[in-house]
Design a protein around this ligand. Structure first.
Ligand SMILES: CC(C)(COP(=O)(O)OP(=O)(O)OC[C@H]1O[C@@H](n2cnc3c(N)ncnc32)[C@H](O)[C@@H]1OP(=O)(O)O)[C@@H](O)C(=O)NCCC(=O)NCCS
Length: 163
């Protein structure tokens, strides 16, 4: 998508926009959380946002280092606004997160993926590690990115705008 710019949130406005979109998707739409989806990982997370024409937030994902092992990072709260779904924004965000982990020299990158999204991650080269887990009554699988393959899906690497 030509008008899609993916970048790490730096300003208060960009951070607030990410948290607001997340809330809309995980609290209001999916009812995965009651009232708020904020948690203890938020303060130390990086937020990767996908913007349309630099001003409309289409999607977001956060990444944070594991509490016990700083070489292991978790991705999560991947959310695309309903009106922008199925246009490749989710894939952009997942690829941008993986690229960011590679740049940071992360050893492992994991995510707790909702069961219905496992196929999407598999298409991008992620593998399921471990069994089914339940988070707030929703089935999830822990999945791991392949950080060592240039492009697992054969797609063209997209431009990831940082800064
Ligand atoms: C899951 C989500 C992030 C996907 O974002 P998206 O922008 O719609 O996804 P994309 O358009 O990048 O999808 C890319 C591909 O995956 C497919 N796809 C998208 N969602 C899928 C799903 N749930 N299961 C299987 N395939 C899926 C698309 O058909 C598309 O296939 P293609 O590349 O062969 O054309 C979005 O639907 C969303 O925000 N859902 C609600 C929150 C959520 O479930 N978050 C993820 C938690 S793990």
């Amino acid at each position: 998508m030509k008008s899609c710019q993916v970048r790490i949130a730096k300003t208060e406005h960009e951070l607030e926009a990410a948290l607001s979109l997340r809330r809309q998707v995980f609290v209001d739409e999916q009812h995965l959380f009651d009232g708020t989806d904020a948690d203890e990982h938020d303060p130390a997370s990086i937020y990767i946002n996908a913007w349309k024409n630099g001003e409309t937030l289409m999607g977001t994902v956060r990444c944070y280092a594991d509490n016990d092992d700083p070489t292991l990072w978790w991705g999560g709260r991947l959310a695309v606004k309903p009106e922008f779904r199925l246009r490749g924004v989710g894939v952009y965000l997942i690829e941008a997160a993986v690229e960011e982990m590679r740049l940071r020299g992360v050893r492992r990158f994991l995510a707790k993926v909702q069961q219905q999204n496992v196929k999407l991650f598999e298409k991008l080269g992620w593998k399921t590690v471990g069994g089914l887990i339940w988070i707030h009554d929703h089935p999830h699988h822990i999945m791991e990115a392949n950080l060592h393959v240039y492009d697992a899906s054969g797609r063209k690497r997209r431009q990831f705008i940082q800064g």
